[in-house]
Every structure is written in C-alpha cells, then in structure tokens.
Design a protein around this ligand. Structure first.
Ligand code: ZN
Length: 107
C-alpha cells in the first residue's frame, strides 16, 4: 500500500509552483470524501491553485449517506475535544494538589 502510494506520487505531475502535489480529501456537500491532488501549500499564502481530482465523481447515493453521517462525526469530534479539555484540567488540578502536599511535607 505504501509502495503504491509512493509510486502514485512519483507519477504525478508537479504543481504550478514546482512541488509534488499532495493528496487531500474534499468534505464539501457536493464532493464528500472525494480525494484530490493539490498544492502542498494549499491554504497558505504561497500556494498555487493546482487542482486535480484523484477519485471519480461521488455517486449521489454515497453523497446522501456521507452527508447524513458527517454531522454525527463532527458532533462526536466536538464531544471528544470537550472531554480532552476536561481531562487536561483534571490532570492540572491533580498535579497542583500533589505539588501542594509535597511542598507541605518537605517544608
Ligand atoms: Zn503549488
């Protein structure tokens, strides 16, 4: 799999600024999950506007299914991020409590 991916990269043409394009995934409503080749600096000021679809058109049925699942996925990711923040706060609190007792015992 890794080898075929590397070969795909070698066979790719270069983007307009002369770099090997990178594969990205579209999450728009009209092309959910469809992969494409784009400039490695996509989203940055230095990026060129090179664009080439890697996957065929997304079938309407898959669009419906994927677009139906995406809100649940995004909701789950938000919940995961909230839980991660809570865990970081608990870890910080626990560390401060331990530090407090260590300082009290030593001094
Ligand atoms: Zn480029």
């Amino acid at each position: 799999m890794e080898d075929s991916h590397s070969l795909q990269k070698l066979n790719r043409k270069l983007c307009y600024c002369g770099h090997i394009p990178v594969m990205k995934t579209s999450w728009t409503e009209s092309n959910p999950g469809r992969r494409f080749w784009g400039c490695r600096f996509y989203g940055k000021d230095d990026a060129c506007d090179f664009f080439d679809w890697a996957d065929p058109t997304v079938h309407d049925r898959y669009k419906l299914v994927i677009n139906g699942l995406l809100p649940k996925k995004n909701e789950g990711e938000k919940e995961k991020e909230k839980l991660s923040k809570t865990m970081r706060m608990y870890r910080l609190f626990f560390s401060l409590v331990v530090l407090y007792f260590v300082v009290r015992v030593v001094f």
